[in-house]
Structure formats: C-alpha cells, structure tokens
Design a protein around this ligand. Sequence first.
Ligand code: OAD
Length: 251
Amino acid sequence: MVIYSLTLIQALRTAGHIVMLTGAGVSKESGIPTFREAQTGLWAQYDPTELATPQAFRRNPQLVWEWYQWRRSLVANADPNPGHFAIAQMETLIPAFTLITQNVDGLHQRAGSIQVIELHGSIQRTKCFEEETIVETWIEDGQIPPHCPHCGGLLRPDVVWFGENLPQEAIEAAYIAAETADVFFSVGTSGLVEPAASFPHIAHSRGALLVEVNPTETPLTVLADFVLTGASGEILPPLIEQTWPQKGAAR
Ligand code: OAD
C-alpha cells in the first residue's frame, strides 16, 4: 500500500477548509467515459465537443437529445465508486469542505456528498431551450426531443454547453471557496476548461496547499505541492484512512 507523506497528512488534519475540484476522471471507475476520451459504440464517430453546443442542438436537436439519453442510461446503470465515497466521507471529517464538480452525472450526490457545487449543471434535469426554465414533466408523444409543456419549445438537458455561461451562483460560490481554501484538491480533471481551470491557481496564489490526483500529467502538475499519481478510487480511500485512522474506514 502507498504510504502518504506526513506533511500532507498533517496539513489535512489541521485544515479548516478543504476544497475539492472534480472532473470526469472521478467517474471513470464507475464506467462513465471521460469527456475527452474516444466515445464507444454508436457514438464513436462523434466528437463530444461538437455535440455539446447550442449550435449542434439547433442543427440537429434529435441527435444531441439522443446522445444525452445514451449518457443518462450509462449513468443510470452505473454506481458511485470508492473515489466518490471517499470524497463524501471527507465532507464529514473536516470543519469546512467544499466540493466543486464539473461532472453532470450526479454520482457524487448518490455517494452521499451533500454540498455539491455543480458548475456544469446536471443531466438529471431538463430545461426549455427557449425559456430556460426547468421542466419537470412533459408529454411523451414520440417527438425527439420532447416539447416544453408551457411554450412548445424544444427540451434540452440542464447542462452547460460550450459557449454558454455557467450558473452565476455556482461560479461565485466556487471563487469564494478557492480563495479561502487551506488545501485545494484537483481530482480527475484535465484542467483545460475555464473557469474551473483557474480555481487551483487562485487557491495556490492565496497560499493553499495544492494536491493533484490524476493518473496522467496535466497543466497543473508542475504547480502542485503534492502529485498523487493514480486513479482517484485507489488514491483517496487510503489517503483518508491514513489521515483519520479512527474514522476513515474505506468503503
Ligand atoms: P476530461 O475528459 O478533460 O479529463 C479527464 C481527466 O481524468 C484526465 O486528466 C484523465 O487523466 C483523468 N482520469 C482518467 N481516469 C481517472 C481516474 N480513474 N481517476 C482520476 N483521474 C482520472 O474531463 P474534465 O476535466 O472533467 O464541460 O473536463 C472538463 C469539462 O470539459 C467537462 O465538464 C466538459 C468538457 O468540456 C462541459 O461540457 C461544459
């Protein structure tokens, strides 16, 4: 088993506020493909960065809706993995813990995380493309995508697409968290998409200890104080066990 640095363990034990930014890599061990890796099966021919745009939806709403239906079914058939559970457990062990996720799959919440800042929305929610209001129910009459029961506009997932603004409240909460972190974790994210990519830099410039968990290098690796190389489901549970041996039994 990996033995983690005592300096890191001490920093975690004494931290008042730990902030964790997660990306698609955290859900990889649950069988959800990360955003930038090749899609599989029917969807192998499409580039996700070209499907997740308002332009793509305007051009071919059926294709984009069906792609999200496929992603929803992947998530519905997946379970949170030990990385998700370890993160949920950390929330209970630290005076203040803020989880900021770029993931739209809801697996953090299913693992038990309570306070989750969802920067990129959620595929579990649906909204009207025209009015942007959340829609809970609609009539399934075979139309794909279905239509908004209020205005008749097309329905779409409540996720942030390329070129769209992030939810203001989520961004503000994430900035405040980054500015006040004692330790900032960047877990399973390639760190390529703004504004999430800036949060570790903000935290670091305010004196936070920076920890990266990722099997591969990212643009953040050179800046990180601790680089924990590997899958989050393998790195985080023993880190918690070693930091809080009385309380931190891995699930
Ligand atoms: P990416 O697909 O860009 O990156 C996934 C990261 O996870 C990579 O750095 C992998 O090395 C790492 N990884 C793979 N397996 C892992 C594992 N088992 N444990 C930990 N890390 C692992 O996904 P994101 O960084 O989340 O935004 O992408 C950010 C955003 O870009 C997404 O939310 C999406 C996309 O554009 C929007 O759709 C707005």
